[in-house]
Design a protein around this ligand. Structure first.
Ligand SMILES: [Zn+2]
Ligand SMILES: [Zn+2]
Length: 317
């Protein structure tokens, strides 16, 4: 249904075995990229991912370890014969940064739309040209909804969650009861109300209960915040920074506005998420795995991320 690939699990500086912050989401043959640290292109090549179908790029903040891969990636996408626009979403300041980067790119065959510091959900629909941002208050039938949350870091920083809503089940028996012909059923299924035999039918009457869709949350870089708990609530996957594995580094985490594994695990627990994927490891941490034991008693569905980690997520029930 939806695939995620962690392209880069490092923070700060690229390391021989760790690219910088970047995560790819693949859905319906299209791609949404979260962050684009240095080495993003190489990491995409390693996992044999194409560039042309990246429609949306969500940037957490403008620190180099999250955006220095962008000029190269945008150029490469330009060489992939893409002509459909790309939307880049980011915090306050993102427009200026992108404009600056574009100075070093002679020509791009596609437009870039920038959404700076969005204050309302961003709705994406799947079209022949890929995922496109649509203006709508009606969330029924929409393919992807993106929400942002202001985080607590040393630069303006946004957390993201991505929702794939799931349509309620269509109840054919109700349509049969009312004698509605089958050719009109697909409209009701899509949430459209219909007129038949001079009678008006609301679609709600023919649809079952709401069903849980898919929710992915991406939180980096930040100190833990109370607001994060609601924001990540019941995520299928909570991707979170864990810059420091050792809780003795809490002072450093506070000073540099990052988190320890323990703090990330506590958020995962309070947010009732299904799984926690830790990433954005400090260069000083050679083997993040060795700190996993220390958080098992807080949240035992924790995964230590690594470059190339991938996972498919489907609807539950
Ligand atoms: Zn960072
Ligand atoms: Zn940062």
């Amino acid at each position: 249904m939806l695939d995620i690939v962690l392209l880069g699990s490092g923070g700060g500086m690229p390391m021989p075995n760790r690219h910088l912050s970047s995560l790819l989401i693949k859905y319906m043959g299209r791609k949404v990229l979260f962050d684009c640290g240095e080495g993003c292109q190489v990491a995409m090549r390693k996992v044999k991912s194409g560039f042309k179908t990246i429609d949306i790029i969500c940037i957490s903040h403008i620190h180099g370890d999250h955006i220095f891969g962008l000029p190269g990636l945008l150029s490469t996408i330009g060489n992939s014969e893409r002509t459909a626009p790309i939307t880049i979403i980011g915090p306050v300041g993102i427009s200026n940064v992108i404009k600056g980067m574009l100075v070093s790119i002679a020509y791009l065959p596609y437009d870039i739309h920038i959404i700076e510091d969005p204050k309302s959900p961003i709705i994406l629909n799947s079209t022949n040209d890929g995922l496109e941002v649509v203006e709508s208050d009606d969330l029924f039938g929409k393919n992807i909804i993106l929400n942002t949350l202001e985080l607590d870091h040393s630069a303006p920083c946004l957390g993201y969650n991505l929702l794939i809503p799931r349509q309620p089940k269509f109840l054919p028996e109700k349509a049969l009861e009312e004698g509605i012909p089958k050719e009109l059923w697909s409209l009701l299924q899509k949430g459209e109300s219909i007129q038949y035999n001079e009678k008006y039918y609301e679609s709600d009457r023919f649809l079952g209960e709401e069903r849980k869709g898919i929710k992915i949350s991406f939180i980096t870089d930040t100190r833990p915040l109370r607001e994060i708990i609601d924001f990540i609530d019941v995520s299928d996957l909570f991707i979170c920074e864990g810059t420091y594995g050792d809780n003795d580094d809490l002072d450093k985490a506070i000073l540099n506005k990052h988190m320890t594994f323990k703090e990330a695990a506590e958020l995962a627990k309070l947010g009732n998420v299904k799984e926690l994927l830790l990433t954005h490891f400090s260069t000083a941490m050679d083997n993040p795995e060795e700190y996993l034991d220390g958080i098992e008693d807080i949240f035992n569905k924790s995964i230590i991320g690594y470059d190339g980690f991938s996972k498919s997520i489907t609807y539950t029930n």
